[in-house]
Design a protein around this ligand. Structure first.
Ligand code: LMR
Length: 439
């Protein structure tokens, strides 16, 4: 057999990679002991705008550090709890192990049915009419990526429109699938409210066949949601334009309640109407690391749903083949057992109430510290996040000078505030706002 020939960029050509390497000028970027490098020149990617902060927080040696960046719920002791209903479901599953064989490509059928009923409401017309194709996915992010791959394969000319601002991972997910993205106005900064007029005007200019990505509730990062009447106006405009709604529904139960938070989804769930929903159970079941989500694609007929199901299965098969089982089994066990479900609803209520208490407490603490400005708008925001209005410089000063981590957009994870840290957070916000005002 002939020995392989290795070439280096400086013209050396021998059959011995080590000879080439040693003969190359010191520090030559193209050579390794094994020949020309394909990887040496790859530049480091920037850290993730949210998860990168979590890593930086872990590495920060300061004992007074406070993490209000990544959207993870913490209890009043600063711990992310394992829900009691989850513990009980896991006990039951462990007591009755069945198999570790593969799940179907679209996941556990009973999970898909139970989560679809949670999102749409049991007895909702698209479910009854069998107009829904679905899949259990690895988290809400997995659902978004499957929806992106599905769009790329089946609606290849569609642009996906997303709110300005939005979760920083949204454009990355759709761009990674080769889909063009654009933004529509969402946030009315001077009034800390929804820019409904701007949004509706943008929808009118979207091309028929485009997709509009909406946050089903608890908008991330602003915490500003449309009212029921505004959702209806938005749905009217979207359907009138021939645009496909895609709802990212990651925080059901964290705004006003499990049913109340589905008001936007239900505004789109009309007879014969098409829509896509990406759900996550990371937050409301506290199952972050189990990666539990679902994609629902509502078609206009049962026959179309059957075809779409095959296309969803196709994109999943060439991605992760079929989903991990454990988290889905936990969620299905809880949702299908009346006693566990009641316990879960109580635990969601506890988390929601604590977040809302902290929202009010932060506004009071900022006022008590005499921080310039009116922060009462924070009490009108919903879900885990508060869009504080803090500037990039103020966010950076909070991190570098006071070891308080919030997202660069000024997004505060209210669910990370506790009675023990809230006063210091308000005081430090006061310091950075004061420094800026004084300049
Ligand atoms: C967030 O927005 O902080 C969460 O959705 C976590 C994540 O994956 O970014």
């Amino acid at each position: 057999m002939r020995a392989p020939v290795f070439a280096t960029a400086n013209g050396l050509l021998t059959t011995d990679p080590l000879t080439n390497y040693l003969a190359a000028p010191a520090g030559h970027p193209d050579t390794t002991p094994f020949g020309i490098s394909m990887l040496e020149r790859i530049e480091a990617a920037p850290k993730d705008a949210i998860l990168g902060l979590g890593e930086a927080f872990k590495a920060d040696p300061r004992s007074e550090k406070i993490n209000l960046s990544v959207g993870v719920y913490q209890d009043e002791h600063g711990k992310t709890p394992l829900l009691e209903c989850v513990k009980e479901a896991e006990r039951r599953l462990a007591a009755n192990p069945t198999t570790k064989s593969y799940l179907p490509i679209s996941g556990l059928p009973e999970y898909c049915k139970a989560t679809a009923e949670l999102a749409f409401g049991a007895g909702n017309e698209p479910l009854v009419s069998k107009r829904v194709a679905w899949a259990q996915t690895p988290g809400g992010t997995g659902a978004l990526r499957v929806s992106a791959d599905f769009i790329a394969a089946n609606l290849p000319n569609s642009t996906v429109w997303m709110s300005e601002p939005t979760w920083p991972n949204h454009p990355q997910i759709f761009n990674a699938a080769g889909i063009a993205t654009k933004t529509y106005p969402y946030f009315d900064a001077p009034n800390n409210s929804l820019n409904l007029a701007g949004m509706l005007a943008a929808i009118e200019k979207m091309a028929a066949g485009d997709v509009i990505l909406l946050h089903g509730c608890c908008h991330n990062p602003t915490g500003i949601d449309p009212t029921a009447a505004e959702w209806k106006q938005i749905a009217d405009a979207v359907f009138a334009r021939g645009v496909m709604p895609l709802l990212d529904f990651a925080y059901q139960g964290f705004g006003d309640g499990l049913e109340e938070d589905a008001v936007g989804l239900k505004a789109f769930s009309r007879p014969g109407a098409e829509l896509m929903v990406c759900s996550s159970y990371s937050k409301n079941f506290g199952l972050y690391r189990e990666r539990v989500g679902a994609l629902f694609v509502v078609t206009s007929t049962a026959a179309a749903a059957a075809s779409v199901q095959t296309q969803i299965d196709k994109v999943i098969r060439s991605n992760y083949s079929n989903p991990p089982a454990h988290g889905g089994e936990v969620v299905a066990t809880i949702l299908r057992d009346p006693e566990l479900r009641k316990q879960w609803e109580g635990e969601v209520t506890t988390m929601r109430n604590r977040i809302n208490d902290m929202r009010h407490a932060l506004v009071e603490a900022l006022a008590a510290q005499g921080v310039p400005g009116d922060y009462s708008f924070m009490t009108r925001q919903r879900g885990m996040f508060s869009f504080s209005g803090l500037t990039k410089e103020q966010v950076e000063a909070l991190r570098s000078e006071y070891a308080i981590y919030i997202v660069g957009s000024g997004r505060i994870n209210v669910a990370g505030l506790t009675p023990a840290n809230i006063e210091r957070v308000a005081q430090c916000i006061g310091e950075v706002v004061g420094q800026t005002v004084a300049k």
